[in-house]
Write a protein that binds this ligand. Structure first.
Ligand code: BES
Ligand code: MN
Ligand code: MN
Length: 456
């Protein structure tokens, strides 16, 4: 490692406590994008970032959208240098169920080397690492050999509904040679990873309606199709007992991995026992014919995420409900598209809906899947950066989650090198109660970001 980098790493170590204090301040802002009662607070998190960038002389402005604002900053030293665009999201998931948190979600607590708060790992802690990396360079008077751009959005957790338009309208300012995103996790604690593929998401809500109002099940039972039963008939036809999805043509566009990739996945140090323990289960279940790791990364899946209907109160109520509903989502893999899956899903629902009820299908948010060429030259820089930051060579993985912007960067901005380097851990409890971020990972993330500035 050269002298300049050692000096910067030393500075990071010396300033650890202050970094943690600042992150804590950021985590106190309840930027829950999904909940309109947090609208002002969500904006505040964006403004907080805007100020942090401005303090480091980054030319920064906020772009209004019909939803939460986008923060964009540019630090152009020289138009002849290469440019790295850094993306992150400052919005967080709703914190509920609140009573399962050991400390309140927006009152960060530090315990056993972790900071506990909503958004600690997803994604405030991870994106903040890049700002502190820049700060280390600025405060030490070290010149960064590339131009930097920052794009922070406040709507990732609701499917980035206004991002596509922003990208299309601002292609000129977004020009970059590579993108770096840290919004995921290491393969396992201490095993850093470069994620070269993400699944997409297609989310639907079904409403099944039958008789025009709730009915006495004695007076009318035997005369009408019960919407809850109709819903279970529909749900039952979505998958078979081997977890294969039965929607016609559903698998038609699924890309099969080549032998090289299959081998890459098979050689990952997958800890099945550890995973079972994390999940609190003795049995893993999923599509027949694939390994657990394949099932969560290269295979599409379908899950019912919620279901309602009928009487749920205390005791018995003899009623046939007028309606029932469910939320259903699918994780998509290349080359499936939301557009095609929407169409196939609607057709199939119509086909399997029993007589006597109507089904209304509402399309909720989603994302297209993405696969990044792991042989691009920029990947070598990411490997080196993670090696320096985490002290270990990263593995190459595909992830099961979705980040809408990644496909958009590829398709709309034509940026191919997208470096996904998750600084978090699989057991950070993102989206769940007691979300946390390992403070060592935070520091390693800062060092990785610094290294990337010099390796790219
Ligand atoms: N950071 C996650 C996605 C993620 C999780 C990537 C784990 C890699 C590993 C992101 O904030 C997220 O939660 N995405 C949503 C999709 C979005 C459209 C709401 C998801 O995957 O459910
Ligand atoms: Mn995220
Ligand atoms: Mn998330």
């Amino acid at each position: 490692m050269n002298d300049q980098l050692s000096k910067l790493f030393e500075f990071v170590e010396e300033n650890k406590e202050r970094y943690i204090d600042e992150l804590t301040e950021f985590l106190k802002i309840p930027s829950v994008s999904a909940d309109s009662s947090y609208r002002k607070e969500t904006r505040k998190a964006g403004e907080w970032l805007e100020n942090k960038l401005k303090e480091l002389n980054v030319d920064t402005r906020m772009y209004e959208t019909p939803g939460h604002p986008i923060v964009f900053g540019s630090l152009e030293q020289n138009p002849n240098l290469r440019t790295l665009l850094i993306y992150g999201h400052y919005d967080v998931q709703p914190p509920d169920p609140l009573d399962e948190w050991k400390s309140p979600p927006f009152s960060p607590v530090i315990e056993d080397g972790f900071v506990y708060a909503r958004g600690a790992s997803d994604d405030k802690g991870q994106l903040f690492a890049y700002i502190k990396a820049l700060e280390a360079c600025v405060k030490n008077g070290v010149e960064i050999p590339i131009n930097l751009k920052f794009l922070f959005e406040g709507e990732e957790e609701i499917g980035s509904p206004n991002l596509q338009r922003f990208l299309q309208e601002n292609l000129d300012i977004l020009k970059a040679n590579a993108v770096s995103i840290s919004d995921g996790h290491q393969f396992a604690p201490g095993i850093p990873a470069i994620t070269y593929g993400l699944r997409g998401l297609a989310y639907f809500e079904l409403e099944v309606t039958g008789p025009k109002s709730d009915l006495h099940s004695g007076g009318f039972g035997g005369l009408v199709m019960n919407p809850i039963h109709a819903l279970t008939i529909i749900l039952n036809r979505l998958k078979d007992e081997n977890d294969k999805i039965l929607i016609d043509e559903f698998y038609a566009d699924v890309l099969e991995p080549d032998e090289e990739e299959k081998k890459l996945i098979a050689e990952l140090p997958f800890d099945e026992a550890g995973l079972k323990e994390l999940l609190g289960t003795d049995v893993l279940f999923g599509e027949k014919g694939y390994t657990p790791l394949e099932r969560k990364t290269i295979r599409p899946t379908l899950d019912v995420n919620g279901i309602w209907g009928g009487y749920q109160g205390e005791g018995a109520k003899t009623v046939i409900p007028a309606k029932a509903g469910a939320k259903i989502s699918m994780r998509l893999v290349p080359n499936q598209t939301r557009e095609r899956i929407n169409k196939l899903f609607l057709e199939y629902i119509n086909k399997v809906t029993p007589p006597g009820v109507k089904v209304y299908v509402k399309t909720l948010h989603g994302a297209n899947p993405v696969l990044i060429d792991r042989k691009l030259p920029a990947m070598k820089a990411a490997v080196k950066a993670l090696e320096m930051g985490f002290g270990k060579k990263p593995v190459f993985i595909r992830e099961g989650g979705s980040i809408p912007v990644v496909n958009m960067f590829a398709e709309i901005c034509s940026i191919k090198p997208i470096l996904l380097m998750g600084f978090g851990r699989p057991d950070d409890n993102i989206h769940g109660p007691n979300e946390r971020f390992d403070l060592d990972d935070f520091i390693k993330g800062i060092k990785t970001a610094i290294s990337l500035f010099f390796c790219l």
